[in-house]
Design a protein around this ligand. Structure first.
Ligand code: FES
Length: 109
């Protein structure tokens, strides 16, 4: 049989823990994740490590759908994890679920 991918839903924070425009770092099952609450109340989750030299993206400046890495200013889309031109690369993104003010991340195991 082929590999069966298991997805685990993990509680990571409360919606009220986050502020729009300010990233929040969480550790889940050994993975460091940056959460970003958007103006529309949604939450985006990406790997908290810049593909350039591992800058902590949760500490970057947020502008709409993008975060600027605090180390050398690479611009990364928080929806799909893609680095914006002229730089290239991608960080992992995570599926987020919000239920009753609690934020869950879906992890593939
Ligand atoms: S480490 Fe992020 S831009 Fe250099």
């Amino acid at each position: 049989m082929g590999n069966i991918e298991t997805v685990k839903k993990v509680e990571v924070a409360k919606l009220s823990d986050l502020s729009v425009g300010i990233g929040q770092r969480v550790n889940v099952a050994g993975e460091e994740i940056a959460l970003f609450k958007q103006k529309d109340g949604s939450v985006k989750a990406i790997e908290n490590s810049c593909p350039h030299k591992k800058g902590p993206l949760s500490e970057g400046i947020v502008s709409g759908d993008h975060v600027f890495c605090p180390l050398h200013d690479w611009k990364i889309n928080v929806n799909d994890g893609k680095v914006q031109a002229p730089d290239v690369g991608c960080v992992k993104k995570y599926k987020v679920e919000i239920k009753d003010e609690t934020i869950y991340i879906h992890l593939s195991l």
